[in-house]
Design a protein around this ligand. Structure first.
Ligand code: PXL
Length: 270
């Protein structure tokens, strides 16, 4: 019997940290890519292990920059990327090596989820990392997905407390880098709805779904950004990708997996 050749899937790369329990980070990205019909590959930038003996604090270990460069070399040699997602980078040295690969490869669809701090990093180091991310990676991005805290930092705002504030942040971030922006209020803004604001220079759209509980679910931000990346990889335009990703994540939160940690994890498998 002749083999039936299926059309090849789009290929998406995530450059992200491992979060060992599988809620967030590269694991969430790969599960999301798979669920949305995209062939996922990952370059690991760091390993995060929560510490159950210390209030589930983050233990953070960066991957050697040369090893990150080696992963990216193998990946870009193997595949033409339909889209690339950047998650947690974690150190200025990691940002240097990732930014120089991206400047060389120039992926057409590059989503930056600007994971600015991790609880396991000391504050001084985190500030250098934030600045390096803004200077070297943000200008290359075509789509950015900051959460409330990251949007304050990228937009230079002291507070984001309303949908109007989120809109202002999305506009300012777009004006600073030219990328489409989804500023994620999620569960963090007061009120009955989980609201995110999309802005791309012409269209503003408020994406809103009733909140499912008041507590943030692990992996919601990573999975939302990964779902946008997958939809972009499949050829959707940025706004359609953001809408599809919002409903994917809402379903994943509804189906969340409880654990012995004080937070549940989003389930991509529904
Ligand atoms: O959710 C942000 C995030 C991203 N990437 C990694 C993480 C976390 C949060 O824990 O560990 C690797």
């Amino acid at each position: 019997m002749a083999d039936t050749l299926l059309p090849p899937p789009p290929i998406a790369l995530t450059i992200a940290g491992s979060e060992a329990t599988g809620g967030a980070g590269a694991q969430a990205d790969l599960k999301t890519f798979q669920a949305l019909g995209v062939f996922g590959i990952a370059a690991l930038t760091c390993i995060v292990s929560f510490d159950p003996k210390a209030g589930w604090a983050h233990r953070f270990v960066p991957v050697d920059p040369q090893v990150i460069a080696d992963q990216l070399e193998a990946e870009f040699a193997c595949y033409d990327m339909s889209a690339v997602k950047i998650g947690m980078l974690g150190t200025p040295a990691t940002i240097d090596v990732v930014a120089s690969t991206l400047r060389e490869q120039r992926p057409e669809r590059l989503l930056l989820d600007p994971v600015l701090i991790c609880k396991g990093q000391e504050p001084g180091a985190a500030l250098d990392t934030d600045n390096a991310l803004k200077e070297h990676v943000l200008p290359l991005a075509t789509f950015v997905t900051p959460n409330q805290f990251e949007a304050m930092s990228l937009a230079g705002m002291d507070a984001i407390e309303s949908v109007d504030d989120l809109e202002t942040a999305a506009r300012r971030i777009h004006e600073s880098c030219g990328a489409a922006v989804l500023a994620k209020g999620g569960v963090r803004l007061a009120g009955p709805d989980a609201v995110d604001v999309y802005y791309d220079g012409t269209t503003t759209e408020v994406l809103s779904e009733p909140k499912i509980g008041e507590v943030a679910v692990s992996g919601a931000g990573c999975s939302l950004a990964a779902a946008i990346t997958a939809e972009l990889a499949k050829g959707r335009d940025p706004l359609a990708a953001a809408r599809a990703a919002k409903s994917f994540v809402t379903e994943g939160i509804r189906a969340r997996v409880e654990s012995n940690a004080p937070f549940a994890a989003l389930w991509q498998g529904v």
